[in-house]
Design a protein. Structure first.
Lengths: 289, 489
């Protein structure tokens, strides 16, 4: 007979520049399960945390975008390997967060891992599919390549804590952007666990930064930040999304609009999210002797 | 160079050009124009009229209509009816043939269009004849072929049109910008309401006649002349599914705010402050031609103009001397003269902005230079101007001047060139001049700009995607990629 043992609980933290700080504000908020039980005190990020996360994402941008597409693909595939190893943990967390059945939670985690693999493989195909050699009427070799937009703020979906999150994050990373992600306020735990996977993978520090906290406080800060190049409002409420989109006009942010609640995240996503935060660059090179 | 051999400089020409004016008779301008709605020219319901003038002579060319909100509503309704009616139901192969027709009609009426463009805009006839009009026809011709091949454009099977496109265009390339907007929108199956710029409405109205000659179904394209309030009403109209705008970053910002929270799709082609980077190993004669073309083409009224010359320090003095010598040979004057290189500034308002920024350049301590050149008494003119001793903090190195004003800066290493070139909120275009191919490709990949010209500048082609990074906007025009701006993808 073994002695009864007290569980060791995990402190939920932010993920900024590869480190796991609490909010600089010292604030936290209660996260409960779908059944209403206390799960953790999540860090309540402040506007300063948003700015720190943007600085980290900007700092990581040159190296991540300049990595060879092959390398980026391998690094992202490695994340899927680690997700698979923690499959049981994610099933447990998705179940607690969403109140799903074990079978449904397992199906979501499997789909999330498979989706990560799918996008990892896109990394070195995107330029071939989205780029082109253009037959201009003159003696020029003219070609177009997709390049990452830069630093992207992502408001994670609020109806799918892991599959939804992976569906919006992985394509933008595969395209070479660096991210500041705001987790689902009420169900942040799978997202926080994802950052723990990233921290032990080969993804460089700062490539993905995660904040937890209230969307209505943090989204406007992200939207107004002039060093954020694009904003995915997938999980934002309509009124908040509209305001954020208008604020984002300050520096002509690329905007991906909110995804209506009830979206079936299991659906084949196609290439549209891969292409949402890329910039087509066209180069003219003379042909001559 | 021939003049040099005879010991005469460019300021003391041995020979001069005889006047070679293009005939204006071919323009066939009417004294007044209505709005083009539902396939016919109609009177305005709630608008007013204004006069469009020639920037080179200030003479009134025609009276045009400023569309009011009810006119906008009528045009959007006509476009909606056409989208839900004949145009939406039409197979791509039939749509294609309309676009081919339009391309051919532009070619047939090219001389007339070039004259109208030059009269209304003030740009040299040589440019409207050789660049604007042929490229406009080419845009329709290129996109015509896409209309029945969209399944193969890489956006998945049967990509859907967006619906009614509200399109607002600038005055610098009036006909060409209309073509850049209309051709891809129509090829992908949308219908359009186009708002030409206040100061250059005429070529779009000739284009409306061409659409009639092409027998384009009524309402597929509607053209509303007017000022910024007409454009704002169009952009804000509930019946518009897609907004496409080319113009200043300030206006683009307001448009992005106005479509926030709506279903409207948006593409923006905004301002620029392009770096034209000349390395010491470049073919300097060619580079000087490229610098001149980069900033003095179309009086510098070009969003992708090479307005910042970054020249490697070791050749800076040589390049600036060669540039000044070359500028001494440019001919400024009557835009209708076939030998004119620099035409008129499009409006008094634009001239005011150029003057203000150029004065700011002097006030902030940069060295100002222009070739000796007599400006015509009537009209709006600004001489080709070069600023040296420019610091990256000067307004003339940061703000878009949209005029024939070049700021010269220097660099020592490729890293410094990249750093300086990217040190701007814009990101529309860039130029690189070097004989080293590997350096071209390295620079091209590091420059944050939508178009990079290597050993050339200001080249455009309908097959070549055009558009910006950063605050120069988003979405592309031209090429396979440009179709995405008008499809639900």
């Amino acid at each position: 007979m073994s002695e009864p043992r007290l569980e060791v609980k995990k402190t939920s933290k932010l993920f900024i520049g590869g480190a796991f700080p609490r909010s600089e504000s010292g604030r936290s908020y209660v996260v409960s399960s779908a059944a209403g039980e206390f799960l953790c005190n999540a860090a309540w990020a402040s506007r300063k945390d948003v700015r720190d996360a943007v600085v980290a994402a900007r700092g990581a941008q040159p190296r991540w975008s300049a990595a060879t597409a092959y390398n980026r693909g391998q690094v992202l595939y490695r994340v899927a390997e680690l997700l698979e190893a923690r499959r049981a943990q994610f099933v447990h967390e998705v179940r607690a967060a969403e109140g799903a059945t074990a079978r449904s939670a397992a199906a979501q985690v499997d789909a999330a891992i498979d989706r990560w693999v799918w996008y990892a493989g896109w990394s070195d195909k995107l330029a071939q599919v989205a780029g082109s050699s253009n037959p201009v009427a003159g003696p020029y070799f003219n070609f177009s390549v997709p390049e990452p937009t830069g630093v992207i703020g992502i408001v994670a979906p609020t109806d799918s804590a892991l599959l939804g999150l992976v569906s919006v994050v992985a394509p933008v990373l595969a395209a070479g952007n660096t991210l500041v992600v705001l987790a689902d306020e009420r169900r942040p735990i799978p997202a926080v666990s994802l950052t723990e996977v990233l921290a032990t993978s080969d993804v460089p520090a700062g490539v993905l930064n995660l904040l937890t906290g209230p969307a209505d406080e943090l989204v406007p800060v992200l939207a107004g930040h002039r060093d954020v190049d694009g904003l995915d409002l997938a999980g934002a409420e309509p009124a908040l999304a509209a305001t954020a989109e208008a604020t984002g006009a300050t520096n002509i942010k690329r905007i991906s609009r909110l995804v209506p609640q009830g979206h079936d995240w299991r659906r084949d996503p196609g290439t549209s999210r891969l292409l949402r935060f890329v910039e087509t660059k066209t180069v003219w090179h003379p042909i001559g002797s | 160079m021939a003049l040099d051999a005879q010991g005469a400089g460019p300021d003391t020409p041995v020979f001069d050009y005889a006047p070679a004016p293009e005939s204006r008779a071919v323009a066939r301008l009417q004294s007044s124009y209505g709005l083009f709605i539902g396939g016919t020219f109609v009177e305005s319901i709630d608008g007013s009229t204004f006069k469009t003038v020639s920037p080179s002579s200030e003479e009134v060319l025609a009276e045009v209509t400023a569309a009011g909100p009810l006119d906008v509503a009528g045009a959007v309704a006509a476009a909606r009816a056409a989208f839900e009616g004949p145009w939406g139901a039409m197979p791509g192969r039939e749509r294609a043939k309309y676009l081919y027709r339009i391309a051919r009609l532009i070619q047939e009426r090219s001389r007339e269009l070039a004259v109208v463009e030059t009269l209304d805009n003030g740009k040299p006839i040589r440019e409207s004849r050789d660049v604007d009009v042929p490229l406009a026809a080419a845009h329709f011709f290129y996109h015509a072929g896409w209309a029945d091949k969209l399944d193969y454009a890489g956006f998945g099977p049967s990509p859907r049109a967006l619906g009614v496109a509200g399109q607002v265009i600038p005055w610098n390339f009036p006909l060409l910008m209309a073509a850049w907007k209309l051709a891809p929108a129509l090829a992908t199956g949308n219908t359009c309401v186009l708002k030409p710029a206040e100061t250059t409405p005429l070529s779009a109205l000739v284009l409306a006649e061409i659409l009639q000659q092409a027998e384009l179904p009524d309402g597929v394209v509607n053209i509303l002349t007017g000022d910024g309030t007409t454009g704002a009403a169009l952009v804000a109209h509930d019946g518009v599914d897609k907004v496409a705008f080319t113009g200043s970053t300030d206006v683009g910002r307001r448009i992005a705010e106005s479509v926030a929270g709506t279903r409207k799709h948006l593409s923006l082609e905004l301002g620029g402050k392009a770096a034209n980077i000349v390395f010491a190993d470049a073919a300097l004669d060619q580079a000087v031609e490229g610098i001149v073309n980069g900033i003095f083409f179309n009086q510098g009224h070009v969003c992708c103009a090479g307005s910042r010359l970054l020249v490697e320090e070791s050749v800076a003095a040589t390049v600036v001397a060669m540039l000044k010598r070359r500028l001494g040979t440019l001919r400024l004057g009557d835009p209708m003269d076939k030998n004119t290189d620099i035409g008129a500034i499009n409006s008094a308002e634009q001239l005011g902005r150029i003057v203000e920024l150029a004065d700011a350049g002097e006030d902030e301590g940069a060295e100002r230079w222009s070739p000796p050149c007599t400006l015509p008494e009537k009209g709006w003119w600004f001489p080709p101007t070069v600023f040296t001793d420019v610091s990256p903090a000067h307004r003339i190195a940061r703000e878009e001047i949209f005029g024939p004003v070049l700021s010269v800066l220097t660099f020592r290493t490729p890293d410094e060139a990249v750093e300086k070139a990217n040190n701007t909120t814009y990101g529309l275009s860039a130029g690189v001049w070097t004989e080293k191919g590997s350096r071209i490709l390295a620079m091209a990949s590091r420059l944050r700009a939508g178009v990079v010209w290597a050993n050339t500048f200001n080249r455009f082609d309908p097959a070549s995607p055009f558009g910006g990074f950063k605050e120069s906007g988003f979405g592309r025009e031209g090429g396979r990629q440009g179709l995405g701006a008008y499809l639900d993808v």
